[in-house]
Design a protein. Structure first.
Length: 481
């Protein structure tokens, strides 16, 4: 039976290649694949609608009730068309692209920027970081009707997509409209290459529609070539995540946390961007560490806001004295503070605590993570015991903090490799191993300091991707302008 199917498929392919030229046949196969992909999205749309509706209310007032309608191509808050459309999936991609966005705002102040995200968490983060300096929208579902509606209103002169967010219909619509699309900080791991090859009839033509692809590493560059992207469309620009700059507003907020919670010089274990079941692991680790380091404080920063309440219950169940930063009940704009990298707003610090010293602090407010990095002693970067590929460890390296992660690091393999080779990152494979790493750093603070400094040197040594990417985009923008 299988032989008959394979024979039939082969005969059909031979028939089609005889009837059509190779290029026409490839185009036909691509269009058939794209139609099938679109049909699949339409079938899944009702489920997507339920998820979008559930997450449509963001925590920041200007974003409330926007997400749902914008998934269908509605464009709001648009003062001027003909600008740059930049798409970032969520928080990590926004952080990586922030330096480039600030450079674009500075060098091309008359060109409006629309920043789209896929997640509501990313939308809140984009609003907190840029306020009204850029327009924010949620990216529509990748169905031609919605994508056409979006670009008909936006009329961009250039589209920039970060890392790995590739949508076939989005690329197809931009190509038909004559809009250049550049994939910046582009990443293709060996695992991604294998996955894309399974659907090469859809994604190889899609990748070839990019005007340029700026690869973040030599591995990604070679994998793009292996997948069939033409070399004349590829540039090796390195990773923009290395181009981080300290933000004085974050450091000021960190100092305010120390003051308002009366933390003094207490050692701090930061659990950053955690997922289930990492909170439970870190609480167990903290329980063991506290036996020898009684002043140790645990700061927990879950990755997703919808889990804040569950994580709070989990922390309270341990019997530790737990505080929540959201108990301050307000967020204020502190744009008057000085910044190194940009001007953004930060939330107000919590009200002063009058009870006994806290054991754990739950950060259930967006925009506090970097402030926590600035004051912690040691840090765990989440999404690494949960199979999420690990989040960006360079944010900890920016503040010269020693870093521990779990074994799942496929999201940033090059970054983790650079840090691990310099002993700035310890990759662990069990809760016990994680506890031992933190025990060593807390017992030997001089080693923790040295390992943290090594991470900062890795970051400084590999910076420069933003300027390289800008040098590629300037000729395009100058021509458009």
């Amino acid at each position: 039976m299988l032989f008959q199917i394979c024979s039939t498929t082969t005969n059909y392919t031979l028939f089609m290649t005889q009837k059509y030229p190779v290029s026409a046949y490839a185009s036909l196969i691509y269009n058939m694949a794209r139609y099938a992909y679109t049909l699949l999205l339409c079938c899944l749309l009702p489920i997507g609608l339920l998820l979008f509706k559930k997450k449509s209310n963001a925590d920041v007032e200007p974003l409330e009730n926007r997400s749902f309608l914008e998934r269908f191509g509605k464009v709001g808050h648009l003062s001027k068309t003909g600008g740059i459309h930049i798409h970032c999936v969520s928080v990590g991609e926004i952080n990586a692209a922030s330096g480039l966005i600030h450079s674009l705002l500075q060098e091309y102040p008359d060109i409006p920027i629309t920043l789209t995200t896929s997640s509501t968490t990313g939308g809140v983060h984009a609003y907190n970081m840029f306020k009204d300096r850029v327009s924010h929208n949620y990216l529509p579902v990748d169905i031609p009707l919605f994508i056409n509606r979006f670009y008909k209103k936006l009329k961009p002169c250039l589209v920039l997509i970060t890392e790995v967010e590739v949508w076939p219909n989005m690329l197809h619509v931009c190509t038909k409209r004559g809009v250049q699309v550049v994939l910046i900080n582009a990443r293709m791991t060996t695992k991604s290459l294998r996955r894309y090859r399974q659907f090469s009839w859809l994604f190889r033509p899609t990748f070839r529609q990019f005007s340029l692809i700026c690869a973040q590493s030599s591995e990604s560059f070679e994998n793009f070539v292996a997948f069939g992207v033409y070399k004349n469309k590829l540039k090796l620009t390195r990773n923009m995540k290395f181009d981080l700059l300290p933000n004085l507003a974050d450091e000021a907020l960190g100092k305010q946390i120390l003051s308002d919670y009366k933390l003094g010089t207490r050692p701090i274990l930061l659990a950053a961007s955690t997922h289930d079941p990492e909170e439970k692991m870190l609480l167990n680790t903290y329980k063991h560490l506290k036996q020898r380091h009684q002043d140790l404080l645990l700061i927990m920063v879950p990755r997703h806001p919808h889990r804040f309440e569950d994580v709070h219950h989990l922390m309270r169940a341990t019997g530790f004295n737990v505080a929540r930063v959201s108990q301050s009940g307000k967020c204020v704009d502190k744009s008057s503070l000085a910044f190194v990298s940009s001007k953004v707003s930060v939330p107000d610090a919590p009200e002063k605590q009058t009870e006994k010293p806290i054991d754990c602090l739950l950060v259930d407010t967006m925009g506090w993570l970097k402030a926590c990095y600035s004051i912690c002693t040691v840090t765990f970067v989440g999404g690494s015991f949960a199979p999420k590929g690990g989040h960006n460890a360079l944010e900890a390296a920016l503040y010269a903090k020693p870093i521990a992660m779990g074994p799942s690091t496929f999201n940033n393999p090059s970054i983790c490799q650079h840090l691990a080779l310099q002993n700035a990152l310890m990759v662990t494979h069990s809760e016990q191993a994680l506890t031992e790493v933190f025990q060593h750093w807390l017992s030997r603070p001089q080693d923790a300091t040295k390992d943290g400094e090594r991470g900062l040197q890795v970051l400084l040594k590999n910076a420069g991707a933003v300027e390289y990417t800008m040098s590629i985009l300037r000729p395009i923008l100058d021509q458009k302008n």
